[in-house]
Design a protein around this ligand. Structure first.
Ligand code: GLU
Length: 324
């Protein structure tokens, strides 16, 4: 009888110590990112690194995939082709609420996990073309981004606010951001849009070639129009000191969003909990993994989320008191 009691107790202790969130069979999750010279790709790598350190404990393995960007990631999460994806906060809002690219077809399975670094709508131009401000883009060849990217919609919103007709007033191209820097340097485009955290490899590549480049200003009245109309937009600046070689002498004014980590309601609480816990429990280390994370705070990572939070993330936030 005593022995039975001991065994039952031992079992109870073992069960309590065993992480509730571990998987019996190895589980694989993929995080969709963006082009390899952006910030999403190393961000996905940083998140995967944190959770993979504990892969034995959780029996979970995260891998990272380079993709076309936010819109691609949301759609792949919706179809179950990706478990996680880095997504612009504006795209998260639009997809969940069925507006913009998702008009009439909301992605109701979309769930928020946490937000990450700020991203600014960055317009990089050939300095020889005299494109100082948005209105100067008229008559130019401008890469607004591939259809799967986040920036394409930001460019369209900006054109509308600035009274630029995208079909008549300029020649819009739809290439991936990873191709933009070399196309600008080769003179095949005059400017490109990239909604991205700073510093990043693409903009560094664009400013370090033989062709001089500048950041295009979005005037304050246009920024105001955009932030008044869309709650997910905020004023932003492009830091010139992070890009030696750019011809601007002061930070360029623009507007921006936040990068966020999204998942699906079909993804298990255990997987979402593990990722959230490893990033937040090792926050100081996580912040060192990319210079765009320099100003992150745990509290800021719970802001800018518009899809419902995934229950696996809520469980962690409640445990540590980040949520009531
Ligand atoms: N914001 C871009 C997009 O949604 C990606 C930026 C990056 O890769 O860092 O397509």
């Amino acid at each position: 009888m005593k022995r039975m009691l001991f065994l039952t107790l031992a079992l109870a202790v073992a069960l309590t110590l065993m992480p509730l969130s571990s998987f019996a069979a190895p589980t694989y999750v993929t995080i969709g990112t963006g082009g390899v010279t952006g910030v999403y790709y190393p961000t996905g790598g940083a998140i995967a690194k944190m959770v993979n350190k504990k892969r034995k404990e959780y029996n979970l393995r995260a891998t990272v995939e380079s993709t076309g960007g936010s819109v691609f990631n949301v759609n792949a999460i919706g179809t179950g082709d990706l478990e996680f994806g880095v997504v612009q906060s504006d795209r998260q809002y639009q997809a969940y609420n069925g507006v913009a690219d998702w008009e009439g077809a909301p992605v109701k399975k979309l769930r928020a996990v946490f937000s990450i670094h700020p991203e600014s709508v960055t317009i990089v131009a050939n300095a020889g073309k005299n494109i100082k401000t948005v209105a100067d883009l008229k008559g130019k060849i401008v890469n607004i981004g591939n259809p799967g990217s986040g920036q394409r919609g930001n460019a369209m919103d900006l054109f509308e606010a600035a009274g630029i007709n995208v079909d008549k007033d300029l020649q819009a191209e739809g290439m991936k951001a990873a191709e933009s820097a070399s196309m600008l340097q080769d003179g095949r485009i005059d400017a490109f849009f990239y909604t991205v955290g700073h510093p990043n490899g693409s903009v560094k590549e664009a400013v370090s070639g033989a062709t001089k480049v500048n950041f295009v200003e979005v005037p304050g009245d246009i920024v105001k129009k955009l932030t008044d109309k869309f709650s997910y937009y905020a004023p932003a600046e492009i830091p010139v000191d992070q890009y030696s070689g750019v011809t601007n002498t002061a930070d360029a004014s623009t507007f921006g969003v936040k990068a966020t980590l999204c998942t699906s309601s079909d993804v298990s609480d255990a997987a979402v909990y593990a990722i959230t816990k490893e990033v937040f429990d090792n926050f100081d280390e996580f912040k060192t993994l990319h210079p765009a994370f320099a100003k992150l705070t745990k509290e800021s990572m719970l802001q800018g989320l518009s899809a419902p939070l995934h229950p696996g993330a809520i469980k962690y936030y409640k445990e540590v008191g980040l949520m009531k």
